[in-house]
Design a protein around this ligand. Sequence first.
Ligand code: FAD
Length: 474
Amino acid sequence: MSDKFDVIVIGAGPGGYVAAIKAAQQGLKTACVESWTSKDGKSQVLGGTCLNVGCIPSKALLEVTHKFEEASHDYESMGILAKDVEINVAKMQERKLGIVKQLTGGIAGLFKANGVTSIHGHGKLLANHKVEVTDKDGNTKTYEGDNVIIATGSKPIEIPPAPFDGEHIVDSEGALEFEEVPKRLGVIGAGVIGLELGSVWARLGSEVTVIEAQDKFLPVVDQQIAKDAKKQFEKQGLNIVLGARMTGAEVKKNQVNVTYEDANGKQEAQFDKLIVAVGRRPFTDGAIAEDSGVKMDERGFIFVDDTCKTEAPGVWAIGDVVRGPMLAHKASEEGVMVAERIAGHKPQVNYDCIPNVIYTSPEVAWVGKTEEELKAEGEEYNVGTFPFAANGRAMAANATAGMIKIIADAKTDRILGFHAVGPQASEIVAQGVIAMEFGSSAEDLALTCFAHPTLSESVHEAALAVSGGAIHIA
Ligand code: FAD
């Protein structure tokens, strides 16, 4: 194998593997270095956090448990008699692993088909865009790249009051692997990951308490949407404690004794398992030599400009390891942008149009600005909302919780924010993303013909409501 490449990517998550494929498609000689090794120590694992221990396995569990919950609680009202529905956790986990294996194996096939050289080992960026790779037996080899893309991702944050023990106190990865349903489950952090994983196990019968330090629920979400979502989650049995600061977690006699302080003073709680989901930190351990020229901020994020260029010429960084939301699709978009820029094109990522989703039930999804942000910026805007309770398809589907909310500039009517809480919000938000990417006004959506009966008609009605003209609500 030649040691010289046009592009060397370090990390094969959704940022790195997409960048590598796109670079190879541009005719660039490309290698992708990935250190992840299978549990049996034999083979390389591609796909990063997202495919192995993030987006995909969590959605596999969320889909199954959503169906289980529907079958247990909702079917009877629809005339389906499915008595004594049971969950087989081992089978659910086996199915999850099967999906992960299929997708990660698919990347190896894509690398082959596109001519990407896959290198198994730990990559370290040296000066002058050289990359040193140490394989699992400790052998090192140095490769030269005209360009290097760092895509080494992120890792869960561990907090001193609740150190992971891998059995009772776990991170998101551990929470995806429970072999049985914990009777009492504590979740530290009411963010996306905490709510999704809490939901998985709550649907299977866990008594779930979510302990969150902030006073506001989902502060980054439009607060009208967040309040609606919280009401639904509490109805499902999630006990959400806000303004609570964790002070300790101790494992004794097979249970986790948690102490925290909230507005009412010192509190105690006992759990069988505790998931710590307080966020993720950029991961660059051992990946960047001091003389490489790459700089990081005090939290460990690699400094990049809008085009993901680092301060070292020819070195780029993308995905969770740089500023911006820690999302797979954001990482991939940056990967495509960088690969095309290396090939001489000038694409950009539109950071104002990156959708966010919380895959709970109901789902929460949004793109663009919240009302709170616009108020703080002193912008004048109009709002249109439409509840799923007034949507025929939502009624037919027995999923009437939630609403669509569209916020448009008061002068130009241009859509500034698109928010959804409700059934298939993760799919519906794409309509807002496309509308905003094309610079649409709320009237453009209002003048568009939507199929009937669909959940998307709520988008139409919310757009009509921006100028006060929704049809199906008094
Ligand atoms: P990663 O996916 O973390 O990949 C980095 C890769 O680099 C890893 O494979 C790692 O082994 C490798 N690596 C690191 N250092 C080196 C080195 N020195 N040499 C060689 N290889 C190295 N995002 C969404 O958009 N939607 C979701 O639904 C979603 N759900 C999630 C659920 C959970 C439970 C978690 C934990 C995350 C979820 N995310 C989701 C976030 C998403 O997984 C990340 O944003 C995404 O994986 C980031 O991609 P990346 O390529 O930057 O990094």
